[in-house]
Design a protein around this ligand. Structure first.
Ligand code: AMP
Ligand code: ZN
Length: 113
C-alpha cells in the first residue's frame, strides 16, 4: 500500500531487514523498548488482527514461524521473549500495518509497551 511505512520496509524500499521470506519480513524497531525489539510483519498490507480474513491464513502461519526464526537469530530462543500486537485505538496502535513486537534480552517488566 502506498504511503505505508511498513509496506515500504517489508518490500525493501527503505531500511534494512533482519529476516524475510515470500510472505513476511522482520526488522528492528526504531525506538527499542528492550535490548532486543524486533517487528515481524506480513508482506501484504493488512491493518491489524481485526482486518485478517480467512484467505490470510498463510500469512498468520508464516508470521509465527518467522517469530521463532527471529528469536533464534537474536539468540533469545532459550532465555525467552514476549510477543505483542497492538490492535486499534485503545491498544495504542500507531502504525496501521499488522505487526508483532518481539521483546527480549532482559527480564521484562509488566509495564513494557
Ligand atoms: P504500535 O504502537 O504497536 O503501532 O508500534 C509501532 C512501532 O513501530 C513502534 O514501536 C515504533 O517505534 C515502530 N516504528 C515506527 N516507524 C518505524 C520505522 N520506520 N522503522 C522501525 N520501526 C518503526
Ligand atoms: Zn502496509
Amino acid at each position: 500500500m502506498e504511503d505505508c511505512i511498513f509496506c515500504k520496509i517489508a518490500n525493501g524500499e527503505i531500511g534494512s531487514l533482519i529476516y524475510e521470506n515470500e510472505y513476511v519480513a522482520a526488522f528492528d524497531d526504531l525506538n527499542p523498548q528492550a535490548p532486543v525489539h524486533s517487528l515481524i510483519v506480513p508482506k501484504k498490507h493488512i491493518e491489524n488482527i481485526e482486518a485478517l480474513e480467512s484467505e490470510d491464513e498463510k500469512y498468520v502461519v508464516e508470521i509465527f514461524k518467522a517469530i521463532k526464526e527471529v528469536a533464534k537469530l537474536k539468540g533469545v530462543s532459550e532465555s525467552g521473549y514476549r510477543i505483542i500486537s497492538n490492535c486499534g485505538k485503545d491498544a495504542g496502535q500507531t502504525v496501521m500495518h499488522l505487526h508483532f513486537h518481539l521483546l527480549a534480552g532482559k527480564e521484562l517488566s509488566d509495564k513494557i509497551l
